[in-house]
Design a protein around this ligand. Sequence first.
Ligand code: HEC
Length: 168
Amino acid sequence: MRTDTKLTTLLLGVVAVATSLQSQSATDVTAWPNIIPPTSESALLGWLNKGSYKENFIPEPKVHPSPVHGTVRTYYNPIIAGDLHAKRKAFRKGAAMVKELYSNGKVTGYAVMVKALKNTKPAGSAWLFYETFSKTGPSAIFGRGAPECAGCHKKGTDFLLSTFRPYK
Ligand code: HEC
């Protein structure tokens, strides 16, 4: 092989690696920080209190009244946002929604859903549900397929009930 051909081959190789790294980091949102909430109860509460979801989640434009959950603002992670954009009817593992629960203009609790497993069973056992009305978490509801939540959320699109779509 002539030296200039070798050099061209080498350069093409470098470009190919650089391109594949770039496209990987652009599409693999799961590698971004704070995309998937922790799935142990105390770690999850700490993560919420730190406001970690605000780093990369997409919020509803405003705090608003919910028919069920009081006064709320919901944030979607980029996994469910991508799924909705692609019109998927079942969301990928890692899809997550965080709902801030407000009283007197302040966040006083959270309701959270994380798709912890790939397939949604009819009972919603793929989804981890969490709700606390206090930032310290006593008597919180926590569990995959928690019947208090799944019973109502099963009416939704893969358990999603909000009509918010994070794109125009
Ligand atoms: C009686 C019905 C009902 C029950 C029970 C219920 N929810 Fe919801 N939930 C709703 C509705 C309706 C919405 C969409 C409107 C809104 O609140 O913004 C919603 C929205 C949400 C959202 C935002 C994502 C989405 O699906 O729209 C989360 C997160 C959530 N609920 C968590 C929970 C958790 C956790 C529980 C159990 C502790 C629970 N919900 C129990 C009716 C219910």
